[in-house]
Design a protein around this ligand. Structure first.
Ligand code: GLC
Length: 746
């Protein structure tokens, strides 16, 4: 069949279907019989070489001419890291008009927390406990990125993280499976849209699976997660994303119990495909196929390609294993052509659903106007405000009756660092820093940075001290440069780096009120700094509009809306410490700490429970914690029944009162403990949260509805059930407080 006729045939074929959004025939990604027929027709016209070309993803950055040739001869199915709409259109034109089959490319990019308009890093978005806002931000990111021709993002990152030494704790939604699951659904819906159209950007849940449990918090390190823990803690958010229709999955770098995820059909087939019914496509992480050689799991690239294909990988990111060896492997009978066909089906299904065959090009002239819109910047600012956590306030905030302030610290005017990790496309020139925003606020601002960057070790604070003499208050912005956060940026010491703590101490010695803001990609250990500040705000790298958000919060025009999405430790030696831990046989019950041990202690026992002599058993700040500019009281927690059936719904009503003088937003959290199970169960698990706005003095009676099925877990016999028995539920403002009520499941 000559080329023109073939393209016409394809065009006719693809026109027959529609980029549908409904999930016909049980498809999770929204396919239906018409689309499956289109795929059959396209596949039937493909050579083995062309099929394998669809399974090959290539990053731009090499020779444009070589890339053009590869696209033209059908060796590339996807590109990543191009964001210029003109260049994307040209590469699409070659694919659609110059290759034999005219199959469009799918263009991928790490759009992790915004594209041009940068939102707070995902850990900050999680701190909002506001899935609606997270979805809005993802939708804005999709509008900006798809306008430039990017139709696939390698987000959301759903790795549960319990170790702040791991730099990539910045990219996920923290330590809790329920919060991660709610954020996962929100971001998939935001990126892909509730109905598929040309603003839909295929989401990619990553890194599948267990990557956040890297031993020692050292990135890329091995994980050792037993199946039951994997299913109860590390997989729920991924399952939620699949149920929400996520179109792609990325395999993780880690080996779990010796098996690299890129070669692990138990997670890629048994769980992802057979149990969950996922029918999008699986891409490797960057060269994670090739890294199976380094793992000692494959002898060479050919074997790595064979393992990846047979274990469930559909697309190869930057190993060139498929394009180099798959054809040979098929001819040698080591990989069946049906495996290739299945992979290509999955890839074509996503390309068809995105409408790429009908609309492969973008209007390059409209791209710029689609970015940095007022609505996008407003949403970024609102998200930043809701992400900022107030950890300490001796009454100095909100700042009132102040005319002149000293602004200091290495993050007061650091537009690049403020964006945080994985903010490739955010222009630092568009970042509004706290210094710029405070100068706009009408305050008389004196700016003396004191330190040039977060790692700066200089201790000459004479200029800062001199400037402090003439001001009413000091606003210090400290934390982490963006480069210290994110991939491959693990730290073994998570105190404020450089001489930032010394700067805060110097500020304390001035006798002026000190308001410190930490901007970081992880929960740093700030206990030693608390005594040197009158108030502490924590902003996980807050993005483009972090400055206005912080200025408005400091001045009382907005409230600090965030709650801790991860536990804040007293010292890094407490790792791992997280709220949903098991009780153990000897829970801490207040034994003697180091300072209480007399010199005559001798060999007497100091206690036989699970704690540290030098730092106890409690963190500095628990999960779900955050102060506000008012106070809330909870009461009258009442369950609609005492006993529930496994298929029932728990209705818990409670009163919440704003007992302060300012309006405010509470983040109400409902935790549950299964008192006795076929396995030891966590002391608490988050099962519901909502943001409740209350005027000063206002009282509301609220009702939360929690399906009993939410209490199911993988038990001793490795089945997923709600086990009958006694439960306790807490309703309150964080994981360490709340009013308990009991109930039973029969
Ligand atoms: C990186 C990251 C992954 C990212 C990919 C493409 O190594 O692990 O999260 O999406 O490569 O940039």
């Amino acid at each position: 069949m000559n080329k023109t006729i073939l393209i016409l045939a394809l065009a006719t074929a693809v026109a027959a279907g529609s980029a549908c959004s409904g999930g016909g025939n049980g498809s999770k990604v929204g396919s239906d019989a018409a689309i499956e027929k289109r795929i059959d027709r396209i596949l039937s016209g493909m050579t083995l070489t062309e099929k394998i070309g669809q399974m090959n993803q290539v990053s731009v950055g090499g020779s444009d001419e070589m890339m053009a040739d590869a696209i033209r001869n059908g060796s590339v199915g996807s590109i990543l890291n191009e964001v210029d709409p003109l260049k994307i259109n040209e590469m699409q034109r070659i694919a659609v008009e110059e290759s034999r089959l005219g199959i469009p490319l799918i263009v991928g990019r790490d759009v992790i927390h915004g594209f041009k308009t940068v939102f707070p890093i995902p850990l900050g978005i999680a701190a909002t406990f506001d899935p609606g806002l997270a979805e809005e931000g993802a939708r804005i990111a999709a509008l900006e990125a798809t306008a430039c021709g990017v139709r696939w993002t390698f987000s959301p990152m759903l790795d549960i993280a319990r170790d702040p030494r791991w730099g990539r704790i910045a990219e996920g939604s923290g330590e809790d499976p329920y919060l991660n699951s709610r954020m996962a659904v929100a971001m998939v819906r935001g990126y892909q849209g509730h109905t598929l159209d040309n603003t839909s950007m295929a989401a990619c849940m990553k890194h599948f699976a267990g990557y956040g449990a890297a031993e020692g918090g050292r990135d890329y390190n091995s994980t050792n997660i037993p199946e039951r823990l994997l299913r109860n803690i590390y997989l729920p958010a991924f399952k939620a994303a699949v149920d929400a229709g996520v179109m792609t999955v990325m395999t993780s770098f880690n080996d779990n119990d010796g098996i690299p995820s890129t070669g692990n059909s138990h997670i890629l087939k048994d769980i992802l495909r057979d149990e969950w019914g996922f029918d999008g496509f699986v891409v490797t992480d960057w060269n994670s196929m090739g890294e199976m050689i380094s793992h000692g799991f494959a002898a060479d690239r050919k074997e790595a390609a064979m393992v990846a294909a047979n274990e469930g990988v559909d697309m190869d990111m930057m190993t060139f294993g498929f394009i180099s060896h798959l054809e040979e492997l098929v001819k040698e009978g080591k990989v069946k052509e049906s495996v290739i066909d299945n992979a290509v089906r999955n890839i074509l299904r996503v390309k068809i659903l995105l409408g790429l065959f009908e609309q492969p090009y973008v209007d390059a002239d409209a791209a710029e106007a689609a970015c940095y819109t007022t609505a996008a910047l407003e949403a970024a600012r609102k998200t930043a405000e809701e992400s900022v956590i107030l950890l300490k306030n001796d009454g100095v905030l909100p700042l009132t009756g102040v005319r002149k302030v000293l602004v200091t610290g290495p993050l007061a005017d650091a537009p690049h660092d403020q964006l945080g990790t994985w903010a490739f496309d955010g222009e630092k020139g568009r970042t509004v820093t706290p210094l710029a925003a405070l100068r706009e606020s009408g305050l008389d601002v004196v700016y003396v940075p004191g330190l040039a960057f977060s790692r700066d070790k200089s201790i000459d604070f004479s200029a800062v001290k001199a400037a402090a003499r003439g001001v009413d208050a000091i606003l210090a912005f400290v934390g982490e440069e963006a480069i210290l956060s994110g991939e491959a940026h693990s730290l073994s010491d998570i105190n404020l780096i450089g001489s930032q703590s010394e700067l805060l101490k110097a500020l304390r010695e001035t006798g002026k009120p000190v308001v410190a803001t930490v901007m970081a990609g992880r929960p740093l250990t700030v206990e030693r700094d608390l005594g040197n500040v009158d108030a502490l705000l924590y902003a996980f790298h807050p993005g483009t509009m972090g400055g206005p958000a912080l200025a408005r919060i400091i001045l009382g025009e907005a409230e600090p809306g965030g709650r801790t999405p991860v536990t804040f430790l007293r010292t890094v030696g407490q790792v791992p410490m997280y709220y949903n831990h098991n009780m153990t046989g000897r829970p801490y019950n207040g034994e003697t700490l180091l300072e209480g041990i007399g010199l005559e202690a001798g060999q007497t026992s100091l206690g036989n429970t699970s704690y540290y002599l030098d730092s106890g058993a409690q963190p500095l700040f628990p999960f779900g914690y955050g102060l506000t500019y008012t106070t809330f009281e909870y009461g009258n927690v009442v369950l609609d029944k005492d006993v529930y059936d496994a298929d029932g719904v728990i209705e818990v009503s409670y009163d919440i009162t704003n007992t302060g003088e300012r309006k405010g937003t509470a983040v109400v959290q409902v935790y549950v403990r299964d008192l006795v199970g076929s396995i030891a169960r966590p002391v608490k698990e988050l099962k519901h949260f909502e943001r409740v706005h209350l005027a000063a003095g206002e009282k509301k009676t609220m009702t939360a509805r929690i399906p009993v099925s939410e209490l199911a877990f993988w038990g001793r016999d490795m089945t997923f059930n709600v086990e009958p028995g006694e439960f306790t539920m807490w309703v309150g403002g964080n994981s360490a407080s709340g009013i308990p009520v009991g109930f039973r499941v029969r």
